[in-house]
Write a protein that binds this ligand. Sequence first.
Ligand SMILES: C[S@@+](CC[C@H](N)C(=O)[O-])C[C@H]1O[C@@H](n2cnc3c(N)ncnc32)[C@H](O)[C@@H]1O
Length: 276
Amino acid sequence: MSNFNPTNYKQNSKANWNIIAPQYHNNWASDHIGPFRSTFEVVRQARIEPSDRVLDLACGTGALSKQVRPKLGEEGTLVCVDFSRTALNIARHSVNSPMANFFEMDAENIGFRLSFDKILCQYALMFFPDAGRVLKSAKSMLGRCGRIVVAVHGKAEEVPYFSAIMEPVLRYIPDIRPQGAPNVHRFGNPEDLQNELCKAGFSDIKIHGHVFEYDAGSFEDYWTDYLKSTAYSISSKITGSEHASEIKKKSEENVSAYVKRGRIVFPWKVLIGTAS
Ligand SMILES: C[S@@+](CC[C@H](N)C(=O)[O-])C[C@H]1O[C@@H](n2cnc3c(N)ncnc32)[C@H](O)[C@@H]1O
């Protein structure tokens, strides 16, 4: 039985992003660290034309929009939507263009009916409890020859940055997240991403896999940073658990396969889906 409440989940997620957005921007998104190399591929796959109307859905701190902006001419439009005000403020400064419009909105309830030529969504689809609803609304906002490009993380075993710590966390604290809560690997299987896009009415769907590398430093760097950023919302449950030391020990064992000259270098599989 699922004890997942989408409204509570979104309220907590929004509060969490309002706290971690600056760190997320500085440590990852702004410098295209590790999986964020995908930003260039997403923008390339979008085939932006100068006159395009572009929607960056769950734009976060603006990593994609910053790359899209120079590709647009004066007649182009850039609309950025996210539910985290802190992330949007960073995006506004980072994109730094009067052409870009920023809206604080829930992607599951977009409050406008504009038409776009391109809709981009990087590392967010898996966080939407009703991802199908978001994709259907994206489909309804795409013009006749419009194109959507979506980037998601791969399966747990293909993204050990997440799973090396989460595997023992879930073993020792199985109820750390409500049952049925969205999982970061939710669309990591290409068929699942393909089906979700197909169910929303998209056609000409193509899914490409890319493997990036992420240098996480020493195990202590990785552990500390993971708890402070990626797992911020559950970090006190992990460190306060009676199993905290076993979780840490098992996490260190899990990363040993990725240690090169004293540093953890993780492979990081990303799927990029395109459709029209
Ligand atoms: C991993 S970040 C990705 C941000 C950005 N697309 C990038 O590539 O850096 C996920 C973003 O999704 C946003 N988000 C999650 N759920 C959302 C929702 N229901 N509506 C709007 N934004 C949402 C978060 O606030 C966060 O900025």
